[in-house]
Design a protein around this ligand. Structure first.
Ligand SMILES: C[S@@+](CC[C@H](N)C(=O)[O-])C[C@H]1O[C@@H](n2cnc3c(N)ncnc32)[C@H](O)[C@@H]1O
Ligand SMILES: [Zn+2]
Length: 409
């Protein structure tokens, strides 16, 4: 152990996350000025903010393993200090083996040390390898994994093809994307280039980001005659995350491609709608006649499965997680919005445009329900409402509420 530690040539500290203790870069040692983003300044990547992401991943993999009901194999090909893969080996029941790799030699050494100190040498195989190479070596039928977790810097697109090929039929693929500037429409060209779909800088751009990522996965898998089904997804901090199961077969691929389409948005009046083909559309907003902007092609299908969220919530309750409350709330909200319409309205944005004071979002939702519409909170935004109401009605309800509040009704 001492020898392994001696090869780590930068400041480190031991942290506890979930049920594991691991050695990580001592982030404050790498911050030279306040604007420095510590996780990427350290010689090995480690981001404490991603604890929430990793907690949810542990829970999702456990829920998935319970469904499969056999010993699963997991691959985390971009492992950094190894914390994620080590947590899978320690905290998920029914895990046969975990394969991890990193191209960075110092990450490989640090992850190796952490594997050893956690006594996991038998169940974890760690490689100093390129992720695509490791995945390609596991693309033959009996070598494939049950679960692959692609958690890179920026975009997971470069690893998508080989990840899909290295998954067993019915396997689970988890993808993190931190490149929100392209996905949320700040750099639309980069999004088209990487994800094959146009983003839009709307108030619901984080949902579009999830749908662009899920759409890119569906198109990538379809090339291999593989269908995809998104069972869980979420957006938090600086990233979006998608969990999808795959199913072999050209028919499955055709079925999943049917979920691809476009979101048409009116920047003048908040109207939005979906379309399988934008060319079949007039391109004009049906509420105000303005020109519509187009996002996509992207995934219009479900971005979570309510039952899977419930299973995850049960798993979360069984564990003592530091972020347990936040996790519980996220799972309830994502589960509830699983069947809700595509996109959401943000009350603040509407009030901004109409020059109104901002009423509590819950009151707007209740008023919409009283009008006979569906209205649900969304985990994407604390000020967001998922509803089947047209934009004109959301605005009317908001206006009425604020006028009543000011005694003007
Ligand atoms: C965001 S970090 C991983 C964080 C880790 N999954 C966690 O939960 O803490 C991305 C890692 O991918 C590694 N990496 C980048 N390109 C790679 C490649 N082509 N093959 C393998 N590892 C790579 C980097 O060295 C880095 O450690
Ligand atoms: Zn309009």
């Amino acid at each position: 152990m001492k020898e392994a530690k001696a090869t780590i040539d930068f400041p480190t500290e031991t942290i506890k996350e979930g049920k594991v203790k691991v050695l990580v870069p001592e982030l404050k040692a790498f911050v030279k000025q306040p604007s420095d983003y510590a996780p990427s300044k350290a010689p090995v990547f480690y981001n404490p903010v991603m604890e929430f992401n990793r907690d949810l991943a542990v829970i999702a993999l456990q829920a998935y393993q319970r469904i499969r009901a056999y010993q699963i194999s997991i691959c985390e090909p971009l492992t950094g200090c190894g914390i994620r893969g080590i947590r899978y080996a320690v905290e998920v029941d029914g895990v046969k083996e975990v394969w991890m790799s990193d191209i960075n030699e110092r990450a490989f050494k640090l992850a190796g040390y952490n594997v050893q100190t956690n006594g996991l040498g038998e169940r974890i195989t760690l490689k100093h390898s390129d992720a695509n190479l490791l995945l390609a070596q596991h693309s033959a039928p009996r070598k494939r994994f049950d679960v692959i977790d692609v958690d890179p810097f920026g975009s997971p697109v470069a690893f998508m093809d080989s990840a899909v090929r290295a998954l067993r039929n019915e396997g689970l693929l988890a993808l993190t994307a931190t490149d929100l500037a392209p996905l949320c429409g700040v750099h639309p060209k980069a999004c088209v280039r990487k994800y094959g779909g146009r983003p839009l800088r709307t108030e619901y751009c984080h949902e579009l980001a999830v749908r662009l990522l899920a759409g890119c996965l569906a198109s990538t898998a379809a090339k291999h005659d593989i269908g995809t089904r998104v069972i869980f997804s979420h957006s938090a901090n600086h990233y979006v995350r998608v969990y999808a199961t795959i199913a072999y077969g050209a028919k499955k691929a055709d079925e999943s491609i049917k979920n691809m389409g476009y979101v048409l948005h009116c920047f003048n009046c908040f109207h939005r709608e979906t379309a399988a083909q934008p060319l079949a559309h007039t391109g004009k907003c049906e509420e105000c006649g303005s020109k519509l902007s187009v996002a996509g092609p992207l995934w219009l299908g479900k971005i979570a499965d309510r039952k899977f969220c419930e299973l995850m919530a049960e798993e979360a309750k069984r564990r003592k997680l530091r972020l347990g409350d936040r996790i519980g709330k996220t799972l309830v909200t994502v589960g509830n919005e699983a069947e809700a319409p595509v996109t959401y309205y943000v009350v603040d944005k509407i009030c901004d445009a109409l020059n109104l004071p901002v009423p509590p979002v819950q009151k707007v939702a209740w008023a919409l329900v009283e009008e006979g519409f569906l209205a649900l909170p969304t985990h994407f935004s604390t000020k967001g409402i998922k509803t089947d109401s047209p934009a004109v009605e959301v605005k009317a309800v908001t206006r009425r509420l604020t006028q009543a509040h000011n005694g003007k009704s």
